[in-house]
Design a protein around this ligand. Structure first.
Ligand SMILES: *Cc1c(COP(=O)(O)O)cnc(C)c1O
Length: 355
């Protein structure tokens, strides 16, 4: 038998979550965001599950070309655009759209042949201060794109820093609206959080990422609580059982010391599988269908679970690290991070099963 750690990916959950996007943004077209290997779910698998989307958005040119070679004809958008002018022929040959966010990119676009027909998404920095033209640079940048004969369609784009937080999108929307006012161009603004909370941001193209995978963009709610279905379940088995006496410690650093006799299950899953090393004692985990907690430090290939109240647990018992019954958001919160990071970090060595 192979090592028992495996991730099951529920394709019907992926499709369900795309339908949730449609329900929230019925008038918008959808770029399914499949960057970071589709948030750990597998690029090819996710592309298949989201084949009903009007487009895909990702970061790597090679992966975009793979989508074309696999026969996908939807729009494909690279969220950081191109990094060097010599990439441009690949964009035009495969009809890949590029985010244009910098003057460096505008300079590279001067080499674009007049018949290139490149689609661009001009990114405006409305307050996140990561990528994008500042409000002061915007009109010059837009003019340069409009007068470039190699540029075909232009879409106005921005990205929100606080759509998942109380601060919301108002101040960024104000900047965007002021600049976009009077421009008869399509618009793309909303990430998952804005799709849920701010219908005014939906416009022509929404860009859902995390919600497609069934994980919540909000700290205070799980995906299930907002109508999504988590697509990934990370599971393994107990491969050994220890009976600790009062005073015995477990694992590296002896971070957990038993205060009374404690039955411990050693689980075949560790940080080299993508489980967060920072998850402390008390992180939720499910054994034999019952909730319990981790004990001590997560090591590279193993972690420990408290079996004191699960007498039926034995070697071979099923353990769910996250997914079905164990919200990844709760595991992430215990480890001081967000579900995004755990899903993306799923290690290549974990066997994947589709359901
Ligand atoms: C990652 C990303 C998204 C998707 O964000 P989620 O919070 O996962 O929905 C949308 N737009 C851009 C530009 C991104 O980089």
């Amino acid at each position: 038998m192979p090592r028992p750690v495996l991730a099951t990916i529920d394709l019907s959950a992926l499709r369900h979550n795309l339908a949730v996007v449609r329900r929230h943004a019925p008038l918008s077209r959808v770029f399914a965001v499949i960057k970071a290997n589709a948030y750990g779910h597998g690029l090819a698998r996710a592309a298949r599950a989201f084949a009903a989307a009007e487009g895909y958005a990702l970061l790597e040119l090679e992966a975009a070309v793979e989508l074309r070679e696999a026969g996908y004809r939807q729009r494909v958008l690279l969220l950081e655009g191109f990094f060097e002018a010599r990439e441009l022929p690949v964009f035009t040959q495969h009809r890949i759209a590029a985010v244009v966010h910098s003057r460096d990119q505008l300079r590279m676009l001067q080499q674009l042949p007049a018949d290139a027909g490149l689609d661009v998404f001009i990114k405006i920095n409305t307050g996140m201060n990561r990528l994008g033209f500042s409000p002061a640079e915007f009109s010059d940048a837009l003019r340069a794109l409009k007068s470039n004969p190699g540029v075909a369609r232009i879409t106005l784009m921005t990205h929100f820093a606080n759509a998942d937080e109380p601060r919301g999108v108002d101040s960024q929307m104000e900047v965007f609206d002021r600049l976009a006012n009077g421009e008869e161009l399509p618009r793309s603004l909303a990430n998952s959080a804005a799709i849920f909370r701010y219908p005014d941001t939906h416009c022509d193209w929404v860009r859902p990422g995390i919600m497609l995978y069934g994980c919540s963009p909000f700290a205070e709610q799980t995906g299930t609580e907002i109508g999504l279905k988590p697509a990934m379940t990370l599971e393994s088995q107990i491969i050994a059982i220890r009976e600790l006496k009062r005073g015995d410690a477990v694992g590296y650093g002896g971070l957990f010391t038993a205060e009374h006799d404690t039955r411990v299950g050693v689980v075949a899953c560790g940080y080299a599988d993508g489980y967060p090393r920072h998850a402390p004692t008390g992180t939720p985990v499910m054994v034999e269908g019952r909730m319990t907690r981790t004990l001590g430090r997560v090591s590279m290939d193993m972690l420990c679970a408290d079996l004191s109240d699960i007498p039926e647990a034995r070697t071979g018992s099923r353990v769910v690290l996250w997914g079905e019954g164990v919200p990844v958001e709760h595991v992430a919160a215990a480890a001081g991070t967000v579900g995004y990071e755990l899903l993306c970090a799923l290690a290549p060595r974990v066997q994947i099963v589709e359901t």
